[in-house]
Design a protein around this ligand. Structure first.
Ligand code: PLP
Length: 296
């Protein structure tokens, strides 16, 4: 049986009432018992935010970056600011309860709560990760999919919440199913005006010569915590890094490509729309060793 550990937050935000005044900041609960109300806006409207972080040998990775992004996403949705101290403690406590395992994942979920109640719902859960050896070592096939927005959508239409990590992931999951229908492992979103954006659950990295490039984060995409750490790794090794507007021509001209994310880490891209690409497996292995060795 897969072990899942769950903690429910009593007061996810200092700016809203506690669910149970006087009770602990969070409590461990049975993960298969019902806890969230059917009227919760996270459930009925996808109205909330979340994070998924990797846990290696019991260490939650990039925890501060994930907490910062949880707070940024919450602000974009006008949710009450999460009490990051409580969220941090809940993550650490949940992760400490997991059976020892090389890799696990931990999710933080904060919804607007039940309509009219004013108190957000918050919980943290963790479980062993799935097996990622194949995508990390043999690469992934991706297809490009039109996201249907221009690259400047975050500026022109902020209510579309592009760049926030919201609970409304139905579109992202539909894109993954479309990729599977086309025989691919993953998708890469492209803007209507021809800029390469991100995967439904990952950030694009390109190697151009000796340099690493990722799409600029002001184009309605999520600022990736894994990409940020890969850039730190690269800079430590003297590899130049940059944030750019990336076109489909840039994608074609790149020497190597990856999709990077918290759980799967760096997955080299072995084909784009059926065109076979060179993979830099040595650099991939070095990136993944670095990511798995993170202590914070
Ligand atoms: N872009 C999107 C849309 C995502 O959902 C994710 C991760 O879930 C990422 C990028 C990668 O972010 P991170 O590296 O912080 O996991």
């Amino acid at each position: 049986m897969i072990e899942t550990v769950l903690a429910i937050l009593n007061r996810p935000s200092q700016h809203a009432e506690a669910h149970d005044p006087g009770a602990d900041a969070f409590t461990f609960e049975g993960p298969i018992e019902p806890h969230v109300q059917v009227l919760d806006l996270g459930l009925v409207r996808g109205d909330g935010v979340f994070e998924t972080l990797n846990v290696t040998d019991g260490r939650p990775q990039a925890l501060e970056a994930h907490l910062d992004r949880l707070a940024r996403s919450a602000a974009m949705l006008d949710l009450p600011a999460p009490d990051l101290d409580v969220w941090r403690r809940a993550v650490e406590a949940v992760v400490a309860e997991l059976d020892p395992v090389r890799e696990a994942y931990c999710k933080t979920v904060m919804s607007r709560g039940v309509e009219g109640d004013g108190r957000p719902t918050g919980y943290v859960y963790a479980a062993p990760a799935e097996e990622y050896t194949m995508p990390r070592e043999q690469g992934i096939a991706v297809v490009t999919l039109d996201r249907g927005y221009r690259h400047d959508v975050a500026r022109t239409s902020p209510w579309l919440l592009q760049g926030a990590k919201t609970l409304s992931y139905a579109v992202n999951m539909a894109a993954l199913r479309e990729a599977a229908r086309r025989g691919a492992d993953d998708a890469l979103f492209v803007s209507t005006d021809g800029y390469v954006l991100e995967g439904p659950r990952s950030t694009l990295l390109l190697r151009r010569g000796d340099d690493l490039v990722t799409p600029r984060t002001d184009i309605g995409i999520l600022a990736g915590t894994t990409q940020a750490d890969v850039f730190t790794f690269a800079e430590d090794r003297g590899i130049a890094t940059s944030y750019e507007l990336v076109t489909l021509d840039d994608l074609r001209a790149a020497d190597a490509l990856w999709l990077v994310s918290s759980s799967r880490l760096a997955a080299p891209i072995r084909s784009v729309n059926g065109d076979v690409r060179d993979m830099d497996l040595e650099l991939t292995a070095a990136m993944n060793t670095f990511l798995l060795d993170r202590t914070a």
